[in-house]
Structures are given as structure tokens and as C-alpha cells.
Design a protein around this ligand. Sequence first.
Ligand code: FAD
Ligand code: FES
Length: 315
Amino acid sequence: MLRPMQVVEAVQRAEAVREFALAPADGRHLDGFAAGAHVECEVRLPDGRSGMRAYSLVNAPGEIDAYRIAVALSGNGRGGSRFMHGLGVGDTIRVGSPRNDFPLVTTATESLLIAGGIGITPILAMARALGGRGAEIHYAGRHRAAMAYADEVAAMPGARLVCDGGDPAKGLDLQALVAGPREGRHLYVCGPRPLIAATLAAARAAGWPDARLHFELFGADDPQAGDRPFTAVFARSGKTAEVPVGRTILEVMEAIGLDPLFDCRRGECGICVTDVIEGEPDHRDMNLSEREKRAGKLICTCVSRAKGERLVLDA
Ligand SMILES: Cc1cc2nc3c(=O)[nH]c(=O)nc-3n(C[C@H](O)[C@H](O)[C@H](O)COP(=O)(O)OP(=O)(O)OC[C@H]3O[C@@H](n4cnc5c(N)ncnc54)[C@H](O)[C@@H]3O)c2cc1C
Ligand code: FES
């Protein structure tokens, strides 16, 4: 349920990152939340329609009078972050209850926290919650002025900041970070998709079990150069449709009246996974294992596409 919240504080935290404190306009208590949680904010887009955008809570433990979020301005987005950056103290927006798909594991004895860019938001909340207990924090960004909360993170015990100037090769030494997948050690990573993918690949190669790897993606992929339209055949429902560039199989399924299951819409949760009967998937998700991807019998319809001209799915 969405409830009206008032902006009670707006502070610049980095070159393109603004932090907002949102307090209930009705004066009632906030719903509870833990580190890693996010809230959905209703935004008005340039075409006049409204949409929802998720923002992680950066609240420190015990800070329960307002939701604190930090929003990076996305230059090539559809306008949600631009709307958020236009908010000032006294403005009211509608906000959902906190949801946590990226919680800290309470039984962990060590936490390896890795953030890139605006991915620092849930990682900061985790670092604040852990208060240095068994935590190691690695935070990468282009340059210091672009990195929100850089001074606070740098002052935390076990923290290291890396400025890569936009070249990931000069960034975090992931192989070194993930060495030693000891029992009780959990890894949390949030940031750009390539950082998450490289971290998970390095960790798996070093012997980390998936149960101790945790990540959160902030969005689906941009269309890639070379993307082509293809035909999707939905065998069980007897329907066929074109999947154009810039639209997902899932969106097309909804448009032709199917009722597909989904949740995250960014290739993370696996709820949309569908059996492939024929054709070769072009996997873009972070859910299926490398072995499942190689086998080519499953596809995340919310992000993945077809390598050929036709894909037949069991839907
Ligand atoms: C769980 C979660 C937590 C998040 N936490 C934060 C946070 O703490 N801080 C924060 O700043 N953001 C966070 N985000 C991201 C945030 O919700 C918005 O996606 C972000 O603010 C950009 O919104 P936008 O409308 O400006 O851009 P969007 O329109 O959402 O665009 C974002 C990206 O998608 C691409 N894109 C745009 N249109 C399309 C299209 N039709 N097809 C394919 N790609 C397209 C754009 O090129 C751009 O790179 C979070 C997201 C999630 C899911
Ligand atoms: S809806 Fe979550 S992976 Fe597709």
C-alpha cells in the first residue's frame, strides 16, 4: 500500500547523488525494516504518466523516524531519477512499505561487502548495521567526488575505497577479495551489472557456494548493440508474437494476453523462468547457473532474448 510521505531533508551526497529523508505525512509510525531493504517511490514521468522506482534505505540502526534514500541521477533513463532530484523539502510523494530481497544473513560470522557506484546504498546500510563486526567493505567508483558517502565509508574499520577513473581494470582486485571462502563468510555485492557478474564469477571460481553469495541488481540491461527482433512461439497457449528490440519476451507475453509469472523483471529472482522447447536463448540473467545456461533448456523471459530468429517456449 502506498502512503504519502513528506520530504523533510534533501542533501547532496555526491556529484549526482541526492539523499532524501521521507517522513510519514500522516504522522503515523513507519513500517519496520532491516539493512538491505528498499522502498518503491511513485514518480511522475515526462509523458505525464506515473511509475514506480525502487530506492534502498540507507538508514542507520535506530533511525526510524524517516526513510532515508539516496538517488543517483540517471542521464539516459526514462525520467524517474530526474523527478526525484526535482523534489525539495515540503514536497509529498507516495511511498510503499519496505521490502527486503537483500538481507544480511544473521548466522554469518564474516561479511564481505562490495559496492560499485550507487550500489553503495544497501551496502552502506549493511555496514552501518554491522558496525564493523566481522565486516570488510570494498567500494569502487569513478572518482571520489562521484562516490556518495565516501568519507563515512573510508572511516569505517575494514573499508577500502578504489577510484578507477571509469576503467574497471583499474578497479577492485576481485580475485584477491574473494580468496578464502571460509565457512560462515558471506559475500554481498551491489552495483553495475558487470561488477556483480565479475564478482560472482570470481567467487564461484574460488569455491564459494551460491548459498553464501548475495547480490542486488538495480535495473534491467539497456538494449545491446546487435539486438535483433525474433519470433516467440508460446506452444502451450498456441500463440505466436514478434519480440522487437527494446521489449522483453515477458512484456510481449503480457501484451498478447498470457499471464506469465514474474517478480523482479531484471533477471535476478528466477520467477519468470520458462522451459525452452526449441531455439537458442541469449541469456542475460543473473539467476540461471552457468551449467543451466549452457544446456539452453531454460530462459528468464524478463531479460533474455534469442540468438536465432525463433524461440519456442513452453508457455
Ligand atoms: C531493489 C532496487 C533498489 C534500488 N536502489 C537504488 C538506490 O538506492 N539509488 C538509486 O539511485 N537507484 C536505485 N535503484 C534504481 C532506481 O529504481 C531507478 O531505476 C533509477 O533511479 C533510474 O530511474 P530512471 O527512471 O531515471 O531511469 P530508468 O528509465 O529506470 O532507466 C534506468 C536504466 O535503464 C535504461 N533504460 C531506459 N529505458 C529502457 C528500456 N525501454 N529498455 C531497456 N533499458 C532502458 C536506461 O538506459 C538506464 O540505464 C534501485 C533499483 C532496485 C530494483
Ligand atoms: S522476473 Fe525475476 S528473473 Fe525474471
